[in-house]
Ligand binder design. Structure first.
Ligand code: PEP
Ligand code: MG
Length: 581
């Protein structure tokens, strides 16, 4: 038995066998072959091509059978590549002229080929890069005698063990098979963690080297709350875990009863609790946990989860579904926040050196107005279907906010000319998630209808700590006095300007910060839905005057650890059952 401690980012306890996902990245060494090896390499390549063609044909048939002919036709591009005479010629030339191994010849040619696709402006061609990469991987695996472990083929439930997972790959996991996720990399607010959380898959990140300690088939206990992973537990550990699960079930059942009660402090201050979502279907879940609306809809997952850049209709369908499900309650749709750790396939092949400080989010949109306008058109069209609001992420200067609003106005005019209905009074908000915006909140308050504090990014940019890097995860904390001073400033400015201020970062879902945030004057929290009952329970157990006292006291401390200890003590006083282990 071995015990590992990581960062629990999505609660739930799972006892299940492990599946180790081996590194997907291909590393093919360049080795020159001798003249007498040429024929063997040619033959190996021919075999790999034939086997890959057969696999893809079978896949095409199966897909057409399961999902229809049109979907099956996706594989025509793959088959076309494998029969493209020019491409095949470069493979064989690589072997014959350059004396490359078959693997290297294939990899080299396909990577060169993919660059031409990357240069295209049309999304269709850029989307094909992923397919080219897929063919490369398939051929190389055939040549190296490896078969790919595809998660789609899983028969039994497993705990997925991986070095890292991209947010989009996490979003595509099959919940019925993947019972929990444990990864070496990642921090508390990495997007992979956020997705696992919203999908309700227990997850532990920042485990450093779990991929080296676990082999497929090992039995694991994964605790997504405490971050403890037990490898091959003994009978005592299994027994203790059973008792823990029973207590948790009782606690959760008691929380469910809070669903329809208001999130009101004992002395009557009402706090609005909204849910964060990534996909429209999550609205039901958010409402089931007692959310009174959606305070953050992360629309970039529409891009990450589709094969090609979504068109206006795809945006419209997704937003309309969410708005309809939310049923007249407010829904804040955040415009595209791609970049940093959220990449589409075509961006991923053209990386920036410093992506968190690069062309991400609103910067990316303002630099790609055609793409931005497609999203805004759809958003404006759904604005007449319910209480829709729009929010721009990562604004760093007031000019950026103004520019985004100007584009929105242009799109309104276009729709007006086309006779398409939209809400001309659509509330516009700014995410405050960069220190420059938090410090100068006054300038932004004049230009928008609401603020939403994005603590996930605000913490990383204030402390210069990558939110997804496990090596610096111990430095990443919202309890840092500088972070708290910024949060307090935004709340004060918003309250004085009479605009609503919410917090939609993960800090808002941490019950140890609830008293503090309420005491600072925050009236709205938008959080991961399953945290709503617990946060509500804290709110219903406190007095405003006490919360304000706690907030004042916290601001007098100089060290994060002092603040964390103090907040834990204060929280334990009002909700001791959350601390029973
Ligand atoms: C944040 O930064 O706090 C936030 C809510 O946005 P995201 O996590 O999507 O970056
Ligand atoms: Mg953010």
């Amino acid at each position: 038995m071995e015990i590992k401690k990581g960062i629990g980012v999505s609660t739930g306890v799972v006892v299940c066998q492990a599946l180790l996902l081996t590194e997907d990245e291909l590393r093919i060494g360049r080795r020159a072959i001798a003249a007498q090896e040429i024929e063997t390499e040619r033959q190996r390549l021919a075999n790999a091509l034939a086997a890959s063609r057969a696999d893809i044909r079978a896949l095409k048939e199966q897909t057409a059978h399961d999902f229809g002919r049109e979907t099956g036709a996706i594989f025509n591009f793959h088959l076309g590549l494998l029969d493209d005479p020019t491409l095949l010629d470069t493979f064989y030339q690589g072997i014959e002229k350059n004396r490359f191994t078959a693997e290297y010849a294939v990899s080299q040619s396909l990577r060169e080929y993919s660059k031409q696709f990357l240069k295209q402006t049309e999304a269709y061609f850029r989307d094909r890069v992923k397919d080219i990469y897929d063919i490369e991987r398939r051929l190389v695996n055939k040549l190296q005698g490896r078969e790919r472990v595809t998660l789609a083929d899983l028969k039994d439930p497993v705990v997925l063990i991986a070095h890292d997972l991209t947010p989009s790959r996490t979003a595509s996991l099959d919940k019925s098979k993947i019972k929990a996720v444990c990864i070496d990399a990642g921090g508390r607010t990495s997007h992979t963690a956020i997705i696992a959380n919203s999908m309700g898959i227990p997850a532990v990140v920042g485990l450093d080297d779990i991929t080296k300690e676990v082999t497929s088939g090992d039995l694991l206990i994964v605790n997504g709350h405490s971050g403890i992973v037990i490898i091959n537990p003994d009978a005592g550990a299994l027994e203790a875990n059973k008792r823990y699960e029973e207590r948790q079930a009782e606690f959760e059942a008691s929380l469910k009863q809070l669903r329809d009660l208001p999130a009101k402090t004992k002395d009557g201050t009402e706090i609005t609790l909204l849910g964060n979502i990534e996909f429209p279907y999550e609205v039901d879940n958010a409402l089931a946990y007692g959310a009174t609306g959606i305070g953050l809809y992360r629309t970039e997952f529409l891009y990450l989860s589709s094969e090609k850049e979504p068109d206006e209709e795809a945006h419209y369908q997704a937003y309309a579904e969410a708005v309809e499900k939310v049923g007249g309650r407010p829904i804040i749709i955040r415009t595209l926040d791609l970049g940093a750790d959220k990449y589409t396939p075509w961006q991923a092949r053209d990386p920036e050196d410093n992506p968190f400080l690069g062309c991400r989010s609103i910067r990316l949109c303002l630099a790609n107005l055609d793409m931005f306008k497609v999203q805004l058109r759809a958003l404006l069209r759904v604005s007449v279907l319910g209480d829709v609001r729009v929010m721009f992420p990562m604004v760093t200067t007031p000019m950026e906010l103004r520019h985004a609003k100007m584009v929105l106005k242009d799109v309104m005019e276009e729709l007006g000319e086309e006779g398409i209905a939209y809400n001309p009074y659509l509330p516009v908000g700014a995410m405050i998630e960069v220190p420059s915006a938090a410090l100068m909140a006054n300038s932004y308050a004049k230009a928008c209808d609401f603020f939403s504090i994005g603590t996930n990014d605000l913490i990383q940019y204030t402390l210069a700590v990558d939110r997804g890097n496990q090596k610096v995860a111990n430095l990443y904390t919202g309890a840092n006095p500088a972070v708290l001073a910024l949060i307090r400033n935004v709340i004060r400015v918003g309250n004085r300007a009479n605009i609503s201020v919410s917090c939609c970062g993960e800090l808002g879902a941490d019950i140890e910060f609830t008293i503090l945030l309420v005491g600072m004057g925050l009236k709205t929290l938008s959080i991961t839905p399953h945290s709503i009952p617990e946060v509500k329970k804290v709110i219903r157990s406190i007095n405003m005057a006490d919360a304000q006292r706690v907030a004042r006291r916290v601001m007098s401390f100089e060290h994060s650890q002092q603040i964390l200890n103090y907040l834990r003590d204060e929280t334990r006083k009002v909700i001791p059952e959350a601390y029973e282990d």
